[in-house]
Design a protein around this ligand. Structure first.
Ligand code: ZN
Length: 147
């Protein structure tokens, strides 16, 4: 399946403080301060999915929702077309960062995990850019309130 509004995305989240976060049935993890790149996909409704990620408060459904609540969105990159590439994109991003926690967001696949940690937004952005052809919808410097 691929259509106008399907594809993959990288959500870049900046977490200023270390904190323990319960990620549903995945368990409670300590997330060090840093920048986290989450790679996901939408078979349809990619734009709606991204708009959803922009909202801080909502019922948590995906693993990333639990983390998003405590972070600012520093950027979003989209890879339109196939929604089947998310594991490969996550793997490429992980070449420059550290997958943490292992298997995060990978309940439905068998890859190492869809969340990769970096020390800075710039290194995270560089890794996302390197991950492939992409189009930045929004980039860096969002000024959201803390928690
Ligand atoms: Zn995967």
């Amino acid at each position: 399946m691929s259509g106008e509004d399907s594809g993959c995305y990288c959500l870049i989240l900046k977490c200023k403080c270390e904190r323990a976060i319960r990620v549903g049935s995945f368990g409670t993890w300590s997330f060090p301060a840093g920048v986290y790149v989450y790679t996901g996909s939408a078979q349809a409704g990619l734009e709606a999915r991204l708009a959803r990620h922009e909202r801080r408060l909502k019922k948590s459904h995906w693993h990333i929702d639990y983390l998003r609540r405590f972070c600012n969105v520093a950027g979003i990159a989209t890879f339109k077309g196939s929604n089947r590439e998310e594991c490969r994109i996550a793997g490429r991003v992980a070449q420059r960062g550290e997958r943490y926690p292992a298997n995060f967001g990978a309940s439905d696949c068998r890859c190492g995990g869809h969340l990769v940690r970096f020390d800075s937004v710039s290194s995270a952005m560089a890794a996302v850019r390197a991950a492939g052809k992409m189009m930045l919808l929004q980039c860096a410097g969002t000024q959201e309130d803390q928690q």
